[in-house]
Design a protein around this ligand. Structure first.
Ligand code: GUN
Ligand code: FE
Length: 460
């Protein structure tokens, strides 16, 4: 623990930094602030963000803010080091932490039936859940994921354990019990509609008990996808969402051709998936729709009108049996909220840096397929999707996503100056934006020296 941790955690003091700060103001506006003084109050909120500050001026700034100088430590970041917002992973399956990388090249339905369901079934064992979720949450924190929207397994108890672990380790999280009562083996499906709804309600109550103000953890209603849910279950979840108007909803949406065909067979009364989920009142401004690959024009328009968010998961979209390139540029053009997801373990990587890189690759494929109509994502846009865009999708952009004064300090302290022989080395004449680009494209978690959530240092 360094001085900053001692100050923030044991003494209830502010923490402060001086150096380079990088964050997104808007989709295309990456702000790089040099010689910046950033102060986080003892509640974990950003109290001041001021660029171009000479270190000699710091004591007077501190006095003006009403603090006594020299009472709390200030961390001076060196060249090659910077602060940036923590990553927001908008789509993540916690029980798949231990199956990442398995089953490449299968269709979605083959992968679910032959790899995933058997694996998730292990979470009936609470001890296994504790062990695995503990490793999962620590692992994602190490990768700088300060907020994750998690699908649990179908088990109520294991999913409560996941919420407990997020809170204990200090990760901001949306945690959902996966609702699924059909089209999976008998040994891995909810016993009944009532049981599935009851366990979901219990999870909502449990999170209300452990984190009454949803400071870090909140429940999320999680129908796996329509194929897994009988109509009564979808209706019940729609009613639950109405009873809990602040509770977000997540599902898989227009992910793969096989999935879409099977959905049409099961629900012939609906023209498309928007019509389906809308009819069960599951499309709201708090809904996170993973993938969104093959939407019809009226579906895209509906997402905009209903203010649903898109969790773009470019790694899993290009790891199964097709290269599936979601029309992200079109969503952004229409002002639809978009964030990035690891989709761990359909996606093989736990790293949002990898997600960003694959988002660049997929966006070039779209640029090609549209003869340049949908230009590829820029560096600034990719970073926005991984931070502020994700915060919008999760309904948390008032609280996190960048370093606007008043927001909570969810941040990464990135060190590109230690030459570990992995990241492209920093050279004397590199600009800060070059150093940043080198990290985004070639760095990894070894460059993430510290991770903060609401001012608390959480990387172990
Ligand atoms: N569709 C239904 N379940 C899943 C899942 O676990 N992962 C992905 N990528 N798609 C799904
Ligand atoms: Fe998924």
């Amino acid at each position: 623990m360094d001085e900053i941790d001692k100050g923030s955690r044991t003494l209830g003091l502010p923490i402060a930094f001086h150096g380079t700060v990088i964050h997104s103001r808007r989709l295309n506006e990456l702000e790089i602030l040099e010689n910046c003084f950033l102060l986080v109050d003892k509640a974990g909120k950003i109290q001041t963000l001021q660029a171009g500050v000479d270190p000699n001026e710091i004591n007077s700034i501190i006095s003006d803010l009403g603090y006594t100088p020299d009472v709390f430590p200030i961390k001076y970041l060196q060249r090659g080091q910077f602060l940036c917002p923590g990553f927001v992973d908008t789509h993540n399956h916690a029980p798949q932490w231990t199956q990442r990388g398995i089953g490449r090249g299968k269709t979605l339905m083959e992968w679910l039936n032959n790899v995933t369901f058997a694996h998730e079934a292990k979470f009936a064992d609470a001890e296994y859940a504790k062990r695995t979720y503990s490793s999962c949450v620590s692992g994602f924190l190490r990768h700088g994921i300060t907020t994750a929207s998690y699908y649990g397994s179908l088990h109520g108890e294991a999913t409560q354990i996941l919420a407990d672990i997020c809170l204990e380790k200090g990760q901001r999280a949306l945690v959902g019990k996966c609702n699924m009562n059909r089209n999976s083996p008998e040994w891995y499906r909810d016993a009944s509609v009532e049981d599935s709804l009851h366990q979901t309600q219990e999870l909502i109550q449990h999170i209300q008990t452990i984190d009454p103000d949803n400071k870090l953890v909140r429940p999320i209603i999680t129908p796996r996808f329509a194929i897994s849910c009988e109509p009564d279950l979808l209706s019940g979840l729609g009613s639950l969402a109405k009873e809990h108007p602040d509770t977000p909803i997540q599902t898989h949406f227009n992910e793969a051709k096989g999935e879409m065909m099977l959905t049409k067979e099961l629900f012939p009364q609906f023209r498309n998936e928007v019509e389906l989920y809308k009819s069960y009142e599951l499309l709201t401004d708090r809904t996170i729709l993973a993938h969104c690959i093959y939407l019809e024009e009226e579906e895209i328009e509906a997402l905009r009108e209903l203010r649903c968010g898109v969790a773009h998961c470019p790694i899993s979209n290009t790891t199964m049996d097709f290269f599936m390139a979601a029309p992200i540029r079109e969503y952004l053009r229409r002002g639809i909220k978009v964030g990035l997801g690891t989709d761990s373990g359909g996606g093989h990587s736990a790293s949002m840096l990898d997600s960003m890189r694959q988002a660049f690759v997929v966006s070039i494929a779209r640029q090609d397929a549209t003869d340049g109509q949908d230009p590829a994502l820029s560096m600034a846009e990719g970073f926005y999707l991984a931070t502020l865009g994700g915060a919008q999708v999760c309904g948390l952009d008032e609280k996190i996503g960048n370093f606007a004064v008043g927001k909570e300090f969810d941040a990464l302290e990135v060190h590109c100056d230690d030459n570990l022989g992995i990241m492209t080395p920093v050279e004397d004449d590199d600009s800060i934006s070059t150093i940043f680009e080198k990290w985004i494209m070639t760095g990894d978690d070894r460059n993430i020296a510290k991770v903060y959530v609401c001012g608390r240092s959480v990387k172990v």
